[in-house]
Design a binder for this molecule. Structure first.
Ligand code: COA
Length: 152
């Protein structure tokens, strides 16, 4: 199992992982077309967890936008193939991406906006900001600096 940056030809597989939750009533074709033309999705870096040459879980990482300051990154669109959920893949992926950002990208803090029970991310070292759905994890002792990024 390993982490990689997704390539352009892998994005349809990645977009499809979240269709059951984020389709907003669209048909599969409409949803996919929306993902393909999304400026937000094009502005981030997609990471994928791969097992036996199959992408099993994915997420996007943003920087330099949504009010994320220098050295701060945002994680979004965490999703696992529906048939493979509950096997630890998303947890492993988030942990690997945290390690990658902190070790190799001068990352001071990682933010996310949780759509799901916060416990999933608490277990992975993220702390909730006030009563919001925004959570962060910092590299070192520094805590939240008071500036919450916009929703992404
Ligand atoms: C949430 C999601 C990414 C988890 O992926 P996964 O590979 O199954 O995750 P893991 O196997 O590492 O962890 C499973 C944990 O996630 C929890 N979980 C899954 N869906 C959840 C939800 N909607 N709310 C709260 N917790 C959830 C499970 O209860 C399980 O908890 P446990 O470890 O205490 O048993 C996956 O269910 C998914 O793709 N959902 C649709 C997209 C989505 O909602 N993404 C979240 C964006 S914030």
């Amino acid at each position: 199992m390993y982490l990689k940056e997704a390539k352009a030809h892998e994005l349809d597989v990645i977009y499809t992982m979240g269709f059951d939750v984020w389709n907003d009533g669209l048909s599969f074709e409409e949803y996919l077309a929306g993902c393909r033309r999304s400026e937000k999705y094009q502005a981030g870096t997609w990471y994928a967890l791969t097992e036996n040459d199959q992408i099993v879980s994915s997420l996007i990482v943003y920087s330099g936008m949504f009010g994320l300051k220098d050295g701060c990154f945002g994680v979004g669109s965490v999703a696992t193939l529906p048939s493979l959920r509950g096997k630890g893949y998303a947890s492993h992926l988030v942990s690997l991406v945290k390690t990658e950002l902190f070790a190799n990208h001068n990352c001071k803090a990682i933010y996310l906006h949780s759509d799901i029970d916060h416990q999933f991310y608490s277990k992975l070292g993220f702390v909730r900001i006030d009563d919001s759905d925004c959570m962060f994890s910092s590299n070192g002792p520094s805590g939240f600096d008071g500036l919450m990024p916009a929703f992404f």
